[in-house]
Design a binder for this molecule. Structure first.
Ligand code: GDP
Length: 565
């Protein structure tokens, strides 16, 4: 589901995971020193605005800069990467393959982000082996991030260019800024897509904090933060960047900006959200990529896993083949590389895992996401869950006749982890296996960590729980997910699982079949372009190459596969 997820109150809330120390925010007051300070600040703002308007001499940028907050840069010459605060009590155990076969860099402070090196303790090594080329490119990216990240000399220089509009030749470092937008599952998928785009184009990824990014994820790159500094001049405008924004790539094309001007614009906004139009979609064409190549700042807003369309580009194709010889591992590797729960979220995950899941012989995850309007639980959804899990023999039938009492002999135990905004499905399944014995004699425990009722994007703990639940689902042995849900895609991708997907019900009726097992663990790109850039005509982009095809759960979506049809 694609929804706006910005907090208009304070998008730059400080957290313990912030790698950058902050200058104190100015407060209001009327003493003479403060008045003098305000006066000097006003002069600075005016001088910046004046130089920008003179030098750009381009009306399309004026209104942005008039609205932009011109604040003095925070100074922290050696930003230090830290995890969240809750890091003192846990001994940092060091598992064997804590670096996931070289995917992760060594040398992070383990206590500041326990999940980074402890994930393998929870029974989840990688499901495939990353290519040595991917590993070397990640190390190269990390070196580049260290050279170009926030507050480095190169960053300060490129930021100056953005502020002044003075282009003093090609910049040493170019950036892609990911804007926090939409539900958490969507955000995780778009962040992975933006990172892959940064890898392919030699850009540095910087991340808008939104309301909660630093509370959810540890820093993924050594030494230099991935968080966009709070004084980045365009941040205040991010919420107004939308499809109609005049400086979006699509609108700049419509205004012939690139055709009429040889000047490289200081930044371009890439609108890659579900409502993007044909011009915005030209982003995926090679010719357009060369127009964008020299632009130092690309600001990207998306709620789509757009990776499959990158595989259709001639200019990226060869590199992608070397990075990912197995196509369906893209999100699995990038997800495990980038997304490490902060210590607070790791606490939610590990306490729940140990209390309810660890001792079971088998762990089954069931993720229920209902896109229908109206309060659930719905009978047809419950019927579908049962039809799928019983038919596919993921769960045993119950014996309504027998009233047997289990013998003290150890039976196979199965823990079912359910996640849903609603508690109704969990209660019905739990009661079923409580009231009747299973025909196989196995003992079934059914658990659901939260039932938040509805999507509450502004609540900090809500998103922490959502993240913890996606991660817990990824730790199961077999997974059932709901069609169209990015929440489920994240779980399957992190866990390296091919889930059984519950088809989306129409007219409150159980689909037939109710579910099927996926052939690829990759997420689905829900709103891909259907355009042949070379022939300049519409085309079915799901029929061009064997490894980019339509998704099992959404007929118009695109997805990466390894196996032939
Ligand atoms: P999608 O809408 O299913 O694609 O997934 P998103 O994660 O992008 O957006 C749904 C949002 O609703 C989540 O981020 C959560 O905030 C909330 N949500 C949906 N299902 C659950 C659930 O099972 N558990 C929790 N804790 N939150 C959920």
């Amino acid at each position: 589901m694609k929804r706006l997820n910005r907090n208009s109150n304070d998008p730059h809330k400080s957290t313990g995971n912030d790698a950058v120390s902050r200058a104190p925010e100015p407060k209001c007051g009327l003493n003479p020193m403060k008045l003098m300070g305000i006066f000097v600040a006003c002069l600075m703002i005016l001088s910046v605005l004046f130089s920008v308007s003179v030098i750009f001499n381009d009306p399309i940028y004026e209104s942005v800069w008039i609205g932009a907050e011109a604040r003095v840069l925070e100074v922290n010459p050696q930003p230090e990467v830290r995890g969240s605060q809750d890091d003192s009590s846990h001994p940092a155990e060091v598992p064997k393959d804590k670096l996931l076969g070289g995917l992760l860099a060594a040398g992070f402070d383990e206590r500041s982000c326990l999940s980074r090196y402890q994930s393998v303790l929870y029974g989840k090594p990688l499901s495939h082996i990353p290519s040595s080329y991917l590993i070397s490119r990640l190390r190269r990216y990390e070196a580049r991030h260290k050279q170009c990240g926030p507050f480095t000399e190169s960053y300060n220089k490129t930021l100056e260019q953005l502020k002044s509009g003075k282009q003093t030749g090609p910049s040493d470092c170019n950036y892609v800024v990911w804007v926090s937008f939409s539900g958490l599952g969507n955000r995780i998928l778009t962040l992975a897509s933006a990172f892959l785009y940064a890898l392919l184009t030699d850009r540095v990824l910087l991340v808008d904090r939104g309301v909660d990014v630093a509370d959810l994820f540890c820093e993924p790159f050594p030494e230099v933060s991935w968080l966009l500094p709070t004084d980045f001049p365009l941040t205040a405008q991010f919420s107004s960047f939308d499809q109609k924004f005049v400086y979006s790539y699509g609108n700049m094309l419509k205004n012939n900006h690139f055709a009429n001007s040889t000047k490289v614009p200081p930044y371009v906004y890439l609108h890659l959200a579900h409502d993007y139009d044909d011009q915005d979609k030209l982003f995926f064409c090679d010719e357009d990529q060369s127009s964008l190549q020299k632009v130092p700042w690309l600001i990207m807003k998306s709620d789509n896993y757009f990776v499959p369309s990158l595989f259709l580009s001639d200019s990226f194709e060869q590199e992608l083949r070397k990075l990912f010889p197995e196509k369906q591992t893209v999100f699995h590797f990038l997800g495990r590389y980038l997304f490490h729960p902060t210590n607070q979220v790791w606490g939610l995950i590990t306490r729940y895992y140990q209390a309810y899941l660890a001792k079971a012989d088998e762990k089954i995850g069931i993720q229920i996401r209902v896109f229908d309007t109206g309060a659930g639980p719905f009978q047809h959804v419950l019927d579908q869950i049962l039809a799928c899990t019983l038919k596919e023999k993921l769960l045993p039938e119950i014996n309504r006749q027998a009233n047997t009492v289990s013998t003290p002999v150890k039976q196979k135990s199965t823990a079912v982890l359910m996640t849903s905004l609603n508690s109704g499905y969990f209660e019905r399944l739990r009661d079923m296996y409580w009231e009747y014995p299973s025909t196989t004699g196995e003992v079934i425990g059914v658990y659901q960590p939260s039932h938040e009722g509805y999507q509450q994007t502004e609540k900090q703990m809500h998103n922490m729980k959502a993240w913890a639940e996606m991660y817990l689902l990824s730790l199961t042995d077999k997974l059932v997910t709901s069609a169209w849900s990015t929440f489920g895609y994240v779980a399957q991708g992190l866990g390296g699982l091919k889930p059984w997907i519950l088809y989306k019900p129409e007219n409150h009726t159980v689909p037939n079949p109710p579910c099927r097992q996926l052939m690829s663990m990759e997420p689905c790109f829900h709103a891909p372009p259907f355009y042949d850039c070379k022939k300049k005509t519409g085309v079915d982009t799901g029929a061009l190459v064997p490894h980019v095809r339509h998704c099992e759960d959404m007929s118009w979506g695109l997805k990466l596969f390894d196996n032939e049809k």
